[in-house]
Ligand binder design. Structure first.
Ligand code: IPE
Ligand code: IPE
Ligand code: MG
Length: 252
């Protein structure tokens, strides 16, 4: 199931979200609160990714998308940026074989051209090795921005189909960076901020949003369960009225 559009069709609303998208925020504050350097927070953040992946698989979630580095994060001090790059590379080196053994398909989306050629190669290898895995699709958004995504998709679409008077939503969808996944059912942002920070702007159109004060290094199955419990209380109307949903439930 991919290339879904919640504004064109009404998607199913599974009890357990099929796709969870997360802004992993609060690494720096987690460390600062402990008088540790920010980088320690990022190291702990990598451990939390492992925990999150396991927790998602245990709960039957099929797609997990993590915001690891935004197109705006280049504005950080150069040493923090290079530490983040190094951590990403080390994590791929250490984890890809294990992920492959656990049936995880790895995808990395974003403008990868700005990365070191060796890191780009590691990313290509990880995607290639795990491409047929079915248990969980783990998408890492790296040098990703929602606006970048829409623009790159539009540019590629127009280059391949020039001269049309108008293009449709369905025309654009295959070019978006997340075309391999259905739209997220549940969005989680850790770290207490309540903003989207240029994450999946197109795909979050009808996603349920959940914000928690927990810093990303403390993320675990219990936090995920709180988010899922909140999601399960929502009424996903997709434009319809509550009464219509009651009628549909009665009829089924
Ligand atoms: C999220 O944690 C990780 C990245 C953005 C790479 P932060 O580094 O933003 O942590 P805070 O928000 O400063 O606490
Ligand atoms: C968003 O976190 C990006 C990632 C988690 C990778 P930031 O911490 O960079 O977000 P802002 O800039 O505070 O909104
Ligand atoms: Mg932050």
């Amino acid at each position: 199931m991919s290339q879904t559009s919640s504004t064109l069709q009404i998607p199913e609303t599974p009890l357990v979200p099929n796709h969870v998208a997360v802004i992993m925020d609060g690494n720096g504050r987690w460390a600062t609160a402990r008088y540790l350097p920010r980088v320690t927070g990022h190291v702990k953040g990598v451990d939390a990714v492992r925990t999150a992946v396991r927790a998602c698989i245990e709960r039957g979630i099929r797609y997990l998308t993590l915001f690891a580095f935004s197109s705006e994060n280049w504005r950080r001090p150069a040493d923090e940026v290079s530490t983040l790059m190094r951590l990403f590379s080390t994590a791929l080196e250490r984890e890809v074989s294990k992920m492959h053994a656990n049936g995880i398909r790895v995808k990395v989306v974003g403008d990868l051209t700005r990365f070191d050629p060796r890191l780009q190669e590691q990313i290509r290898d990880a995607e290639e090795k795990t491409r047929d895995n079915q248990v969980l699709t783990l998408t890492i958004c790296a040098n990703y921005g929602g606006r970048w995504d829409m623009l790159q998709a539009m540019n590629r679409m127009v280059a391949e189909h020039p001269g049309r008077e108008a293009y449709s939503e369905a025309d654009l969808m295959p070019y978006l960076a997340m075309a391999h996944a259905p739209e997220p059912d549940l969005f989680i942002r850790t770290g207490g901020e309540q903003r989207i920070s240029n994450f999946l702007l197109w795909q979050l159109a009808y996603t349920e949003l959940y914000f928690t004060d927990t810093y990303w290094p403390d993320f675990d199955g219990a936090v995920l369960d709180e988010a899922i419990a909140s999601y399960q209380k929502r009424e996903r109307r997709f434009g319809r009225t509550s009464a219509q949903l009651v009628d549909i439930r009665k009829a089924s």
